[in-house]
Design a binder for this molecule. Structure first.
Ligand code: F6R
Length: 360
């Protein structure tokens, strides 16, 4: 039931602080040590490489997860697109462990990889999904639930943030089991509370984002999101959100790559939305902003408070850089939502798309 909400998507965007609290409750009640089964942790400890498999938004959550797993567990992690990996000839490591990210648990492309994992590669696997007893839930060795509650809108929002949060939970538990210092010192309980508060602060000011969507996205033919590192991965997700419900041709680019070709597409008034949440690369992305500005782009920045400069339009609270994708994606979800509304589309049911894609 969407209650007073005009669309499920807005309700689901608003639910994200509550979803993070549910994840805390499900996995972090018992203090510092996440409630993850010892069997699962033992199986993951044997791995010399983690493979995260997903499609669409779930793949984007996997990209963000790579850094969480590598920083917190020190196990090399690869992120693969299910539809590509299903028919690839990968040089697997000796002891691979597969993590499937899937909101529905029914995505055919992801399932095809799981079939190979079980029948050909005989490797252990974990499915992280929102749907208990779904196909990928049943067929994996281990399973964890997202606890996001039903996601009805075709465009995924709360499942994406839930996936990142649960990846953080698993990475923290595994890192602690492996005695990794960074994991031991990472106060995930506190970070998720800060993240929930930060998201709440952004959704409370959604009128501002609506205004920006009206000014900069209502009429445009195309738009670009740029960023570096995890900001780039959020740029990919932000662009997917915008294109699937507003039909604006939107692309996410690594900001340093723009000048190697894509910058040719920048015209007068082309919206370029820059994500800046990582101290190490902030000044580089700022230079890339200058490059597109001087070619006429209409630049919008989504910046963490700590890195903000006068004139930045969307300033978001700062939490641990590892978890900033939980925060920086929220204005992008809202921009997509309001751009779709402005252009007069059915936000929850975009053309040509189904909620779960059960064909390869
Ligand atoms: C985008 C979106 C899709 C799904 C993708 C995978 O908003 O919803 O890109 O993320 O089809 O679906 P799941 O996560 O159910 O495997």
């Amino acid at each position: 039931d969407r209650g007073a909400y005009p669309y499920y998507m807005l309700k689901e965007i608003d639910e994200q602080p509550a979803v993070l609290h549910r994840i805390q409750k499900a996995y972090l009640e018992s203090g510092d040590k996440p409630a993850i089964s010892p069997d699962l942790l033992e199986a993951m400890k044997q791995a010399d490489r983690l493979y995260i498999v997903g499609a669409g938004t779930s793949y984007h959550a996997g990209l963000v997860g790579k850094q969480l797993f590598e920083k917190l567990t020190e196990i090399p992690t690869e992120v693969v697109l299910a539809s590509e990996f299903a028919y690839a000839d990968p040089m697997l490591s000796k002891h691979p462990f597969f993590i499937f990210l899937t909101q529905s648990g029914e995505t055919a492309d992801s399932r095809q990889v799981l079939v190979r994992v079980n029948e050909e590669w005989h490797a252990p696997s974990l499915t992280i999904t929102n749907v208990e007893n779904s196909t990928l839930y049943r067929e994996a060795t281990y399973q964890l639930l997202l606890n996001a509650g039903p996601e009805i809108a075709v465009a995924s929002t709360k499942a994406y943030t839930a996936q990142i949060a649960v990846e953080a939970v698993v990475a923290k538990a595994l890192g602690m089991a492996r005695d990794v210092e960074v994991a031991k010192n990472f106060d995930l309980q506190r970070e998720l509370s800060l993240a929930a508060n930060a998201i709440q602060a952004i959704v409370d000011e959604k009128a501002k984002i609506k205004e920006i969507a009206h000014e900069d996205l209502a009429k445009t033919r195309n738009a670009f999101y740029i960023g570096r590192g995890v900001d780039y991965f959020v740029a990919l997700e932000a662009a997917l959100k915008l294109k699937e419900i507003s039909y604006i041709q939107a692309e996410g680019f690594a900001s340093g790559e723009l000048k190697h070709g894509t910058i040719a597409l920048i015209e007068d008034q082309t919206p370029v939305i820059a994500l800046i949440t990582q101290g190490k690369t902030a000044s580089h992305t700022r230079s890339n902003i200058q490059e597109v500005k001087s070619r006429g782009a209409q630049v919008l920045a989504i910046v963490s408070e700590e890195l903000a400069k006068p004139g930045d339009k969307i300033v978001i609270p700062t939490i641990s850089e590892l978890l900033m994708p939980l925060i920086s994606v929220i204005p992008a979800q809202l921009l997509a939502y309001y751009a779709s509304l402005e252009r007069g589309y059915n936000v929850d049911q975009p053309r040509n798309l189904a909620k779960s894609v059960t064909v390869e």
